[in-house]
Design a protein around this ligand. Structure first.
Ligand code: SF4
Ligand code: SF4
Length: 443
C-alpha cells in the first residue's frame, strides 16, 4: 500500500530520476513494478485515506521542488530551466503551514538536488513540526553521516535515489559527473546504516540496457526496493528532446518480461470502472506540485499552470479555476486522437486493449501534444503495449533472455496508438483483467 499513488487504479512506473525525473516521476503504479514506491502505512490505510480525500476534494499530497539547480546533469532530466529562482525559507515554511491547515498529510521534497539548499534541515524541521509524512528525492551524493542521523531523528519516511548502473562508466556517463556513482552509493549506505527506508529508481534507457538487471538484483539482495521504468518522458519546457533515450519497443518488452519474472508472474488487475468514471491519476485531485519559483501545477510531470503562490494562497489555488476544474474532471472517456485523425476516436482510452496495462499520464500527453492532455501520448502507449505484449508472451511460455541484449532498432520504438491498434494483438478483457495497471512515480 502506498500513500502517494497518483493513478487511480494502479501504480505507475516511470520515475524519472529520483532527483529530478518523475517517472520513471511523481508516485503511483501499474505494471507490476518490481516494488511499490513509498513508505508503507498500515495495510489498507493509504487507500482508504486517498478515497476519503478524493471524495472530499481535499489536498492530501504536497510536492515541493526546493530548487532546480543540480550538481549532476542527467541526460533524461526533465528540468531544462535550472536557473529559475527559488523561494525563501520563510515562504516554503509558510506553504507547509498552509498545506497542514488544509489537512494535507504528505510532503515530498525534491529538486534539483535538495542537499544543495543550505536551509534544507530548517525546512525539514518545520515539516516534522507540522507532522507531515516526509519523503525526499535526491541523488544522495552530498549526504554526510551527520545528515543521515538528522534525517532519522526527523522521522523522514523514505528517501528515493536514482541509480542507472553499477558500472561507474555507465552511471557517471549518464549523470555527466565523474565519481557520482560512488558518492550516491555512499549516500545510500549512510541512510541504510541509520535504518531509514531507501528506494532506488532506475530509468532504463538506451544507455543501460545491459546493466539494469545487475542493479536490480544487487539492491534486491540488500533488501532495498528497486523500481525499473523504461518510459522516458518529455521535458517541463514542453519538449520531447529526451525521447531518443527511450529504448526500442522490443527492448521495452524484454524489460517487462524481466519484471514479470522478478514478480513471479503477471499481476491481475481488478475490474475496470466505466470510462466516464476512470480519472487518470491524483494530479490536481489529491496532489499538487509547487515549483521553486512558486508556480503551481497539477503534478511535477504535468506542466500546465494552475496557480501562483506569489499572489495566491494555497487554498485559493486549490479551490481552483477553470483549468484545475478541467484537470480534475478529465476521464478516459474524454481522450481522443488528434483533430487531424479521421475518425478522431473520442474515448479511445476507455476501450483500448492495453488499458489494463496503461498508466495514462495527462502530463506526458500535455507535453507530447504541446497542450492537449487528452491525446494519448506515444510514450505512454508504447509502455502500455509493451506490458501487454510481455504478458501475452509470458502466458505463451516466453521468458526473459538470460541477458538483455539490445534489440536492433525497429520503427516501433515509440508510436501513436493508431499504429498500436493496427499492429499488435488485442487482448480480450478477460485475459488480463479490465483496469489499467499503469503507474507513475509521482509523489
Ligand atoms: S500527471 Fe499523473 S500519471 Fe503523470 S506523472 Fe503525474 S501523477 Fe503520474
Ligand atoms: S495505451 Fe494509449 S490509447 Fe491505450 S489506454 Fe493507454 S494512453 Fe490510451
Amino acid at each position: 500500500m502506498i500513500l502517494d499513488s497518483p493513478n487511480d487504479a494502479a501504480p505507475p512506473d516511470a520515475t524519472p530520476s529520483a532527483a529530478s525525473s518523475p517517472d520513471a516521476t511523481s508516485t503511483a503504479a501499474s505494471s507490476p513494478d518490481v516494488t511499490s514506491t513509498a513508505a508503507p502505512l498500515p495495510s489498507g490505510l493509504d487507500g482508504r485515506l486517498k478515497a476519503l480525500y478524493q471524495r472530499q476534494r481535499r489536498l492530501m499530497n504536497l510536492h515541493l521542488d526546493l530548487l532546480y539547480a543540480c550538481d549532476l546533469d542527467c541526460h533524461h532530466c526533465y528540468l531544462d530551466e535550472k536557473k529559475r529562482p527559488q523561494a525563501s525559507t520563510a515562504t516554503i515554511i509558510d506553504i507547509l503551514e498552509q498545506a497542514a491547515e488544509m489537512g494535507a498529510l504528505q510532503v515530498l521534497f525534491s529538486g534539483g538536488e535538495i542537499f544543495l539548499r543550505k536551509d534544507l534541515f530548517i525546512i525539514l524541521e518545520a515539516a516534522r513540526r507540522l507532522r507531515f509524512h516526509i519523503r525526499l528525492k535526491t541523488h544522495g551524493g552530498n549526504i554526510t553521516g551527520h545528515d543521515a542521523r538528522r534525517l532519522r531523528e526527523l522521522g523522514v519516511a523514505q528517501v528515493d535515489f536514482s541509480v542507472y548502473a553499477l558500472d561507474p562508466a555507465v552511471h557517471d556517463g549518464f549523470t555527466q559527473k565523474r565519481g557520482s556513482l560512488e558518492r550516491t552509493l555512499r549516500g545510500i549506505d549512510l541512510l541504510v546504516a541509520e535504518g531509514l527506508r531507501v528506494e532506488v529508481k532506475c530509468s532504463v534507457t538506451t544507455q543501460n540496457l545491459a546493466h539494469y538487471r545487475e542493479l536490480n538484483e544487487h539492491f534486491g539482495k540488500r533488501g532495498i526496493p528497486c523500481t525499473l521504468s523504461s518510459k522516458i518522458r518529455g521535458t517541463n519546457s514542453i519538449t520531447t528532446n529526451t525521447y531518443d533515450l527511450n529504448a526500442d519497443f522490443e527492448d521495452k518488452v524484454e524489460v517487462e518480461l524481466y519484471r514479470i519474472a522478478q514478480a513471479g508472474g503477471p499481476r491481475t488487475p481488478g475490474p475496470a470502472p466505466a470510462p466516464t468514471e476512470s480519472h487518470f491519476c491524483s494530479a490536481g485531485r489529491t496532489m499538487i506540485y509547487v515549483s521553486p519559483d512558486l508556480e503551481v501545477y497539477p503534478c511535477v510531470a504535468y506542466p500546465r499552470p494552475v496557480g501562483d503562490l506569489s499572489v495566491q494562497s494555497l487554498a485559493e489555488v486549490w479551490r481552483g479555476d477553470a483549468t484545475l476544474a478541467d484537470v480534475r474532471a478529465a476521464t478516459r472517456a474524454d481522450t481522443h486522437l488528434p483533430a487531424t485523425s479521421a475518425p478522431p476516436m473520442v474515448g479511445i482510452c476507455g476501450t483500448c486493449p492495453a488499458r489494463s496495462h496503461c498508466s495514462y499520464c495527462p502530463g506526458s500527453a500535455y507535453i507530447e501534444s504541446a497542450g492537449d492532455a487528452l491525446i494519448p501520448p506515444a510514450v505512454v502507449c508504447a509502455a502500455a503495449f509493451a506490458k501487454l505484449e510481455a504478458v501475452t508472451r509470458w502466458e505463451q511460455g516466453e521468458r526473459p533472455a538470460p541477458e538483455h541484449v539490445a534489440a536492433v532498432k525497429t520503427k516501433r520504438g515509440l508510436f501513436p496508438i493508431a499504429v498500436n491498434l493496427g499492429v499488435l494483438r488485442p487482448a480480450g478483457p478477460s485475459a488480463h483483467g479490465a483496469e489499467h495497471a499503469g503507474g507513475c512515480s509521482c509523489g
